[in-house]
Every structure is written in C-alpha cells, then in structure tokens.
Design a protein around this ligand. Structure first.
Ligand code: SF4
Length: 145
C-alpha cells in the first residue's frame, strides 16, 4: 500500500479508538505538564493503560489512534479544526520538532506542519486540567462565572 493511502493518526486519542497506541507520557517535572514522547509506538493494551491507575489514563498518557474523521466533532469534512486552533491560538513550547513516533502519519502535522509540532507537547487529552485558553482550543464552552 502506498504511504498516501495509510489512514492518518489522531495524536490526542481516547482508549477504545482504532489502532490505539501510547504516544507519550505526561511529564510533570516542570511548571506545566509536558508530553514526553516515546521513541517507538507501544500498543495501548488494557494492562498498559491500567498502569495509569488510580489516575485517569489521560492524566498519565497521551494516546494516538486512527483518525475518526466524520465521527469526530473536530473534523469539518476536510480538516481537523482542533489542529487549526492549536496552531493559531497556542504559543510554541519547544523550538525543535519533538522526536515523535507518528509524524509521517499524524493528521495535525500533515495539516498544520511544524506549527502543530512546536505546540503539541502542551496538549492534554480531556479538559480536567485545562486553563481557559486550552478549553477554548478544545472547543469547550467557557465556564460560567
Ligand atoms: S509532535 Fe507533531 S507529528 Fe507528533 S503528534 Fe504532535 S503534531 Fe503530530
């Protein structure tokens, strides 16, 4: 199969999606959480995901999986609008492309290029730790005050 025919990968996936793998582990050594990318993809099997307990999987791991395209609220039929917002609204947090195990198939990179990668390590799947900007990027309504 030619590379162009490979399904693209979502780099902020949930358990239960297709071909789900561990993209990296959330590091909390600095002031803000950052993704430490795994050198090689690791299947996100139930025993691996259970290592996150008692925390939620998304507080410990970031997962990649097959992009669900039209089944995903972020997909507009052509592009992932989450990737668009990340590239437009968030600051760069690294100055070199992270060593990432899905780059050649990553939807965010295919769409937004380097701009997505330089912002990617700050993304946490889910929004329980997200500040207002990250919530807005994720498409979550602002909290009422
Ligand atoms: S670093 Fe770039 S290629 Fe890797 S998951 Fe993030 S956006 Fe995709």
């Amino acid at each position: 199969m030619a590379r162009a025919e490979q399904p693209l990968k979502c780099p902020s996936a949930q358990p239960g999606m297709g071909d789900v793998q561990i993209l990296g582990v959330i590091s909390r050594d600095a002031d803000e959480p950052r993704l430490a990318y795994l050198d090689e993809a690791l299947p996100a099997t139930p025993p691996v995901l259970e290592l996150a307990a008692p925390l939620d999987v998304s507080q410990v791991f970031r997962l990649s999986a097959r992009c669900e395209e039209r089944k995903c609220t972020h997909f507009d039929g052509v592009d992932c609008q989450l990737a668009v917002r990340i590239a437009k609204m968030l600051p760069e947090v690294v100055d070199q492309l992270p060593a990432c195990n899905i780059r050649r198939d990553c939807r965010w990179f295919r769409q937004e290029g380097r701009a997505a990668c330089l912002r990617c390590p700050q993304i946490l799947t889910g929004n329980h730790e997200a500040d207002e900007v990250l919530r807005e990027v994720a498409g979550v309504p602002r909290l009422s005050r």
